[in-house]
Design a protein around this ligand. Sequence first.
Ligand code: S3P
Length: 183
Amino acid sequence: MTKDCIALIGFMGTGKTTVGKALVDYLGKDFKFIETDQIIIEMAGKPISRIFSEDGEDIFRTYEIEACKKVSKLKKVIISCGGGVVLNSININNLKKNCFIVLLTATPKEIYKRVVNEGKELRPIIDTEDPMGEIERILKYRENFYYTSADIIVDTSGKPIEKVVSNIISNLTQSEKFNFLLK
Ligand code: S3P
């Protein structure tokens, strides 16, 4: 099976959605942007915050496994993955079937700034008394999952979006498996 998709992984606030949409703009109209969270919202018929509060995180992760399975069958998509997809290796195994996996990173301070500005109540896993402490704790716990899942790693801290996109594109150009995406 030819790999013709890009999966963006990384913690919340690392720019997966913005970068994903900018990649679609760059690659052209053959490509579509999708988010695993959006697929989950459609499957569950309710927002992420309600899945967490009413059904719990385990049910959310079960939906997430289904969502990754679904997107791994698509062609020419740029996928913004929920920050926790790396927690279940089955997700990365499925995504790797058709995706180049790009890890976006940012400093905890930058993540805090981006996420808390949008409203922490939208992000159940850091909706605590001490969101900054929680961001640092989760990042530390997940660090190895993120780094071992990635084909390439791009830091987004203090970088304009165009720079992040051009970093990704130059990596694709160097990879024989994926440079056809750019033609
Ligand atoms: C989560 C990240 C969220 C969403 C859910 C759980 C996580 O997605 O999937 O709230 O465990 O890191 P984003 O990374 O797109 O915010």
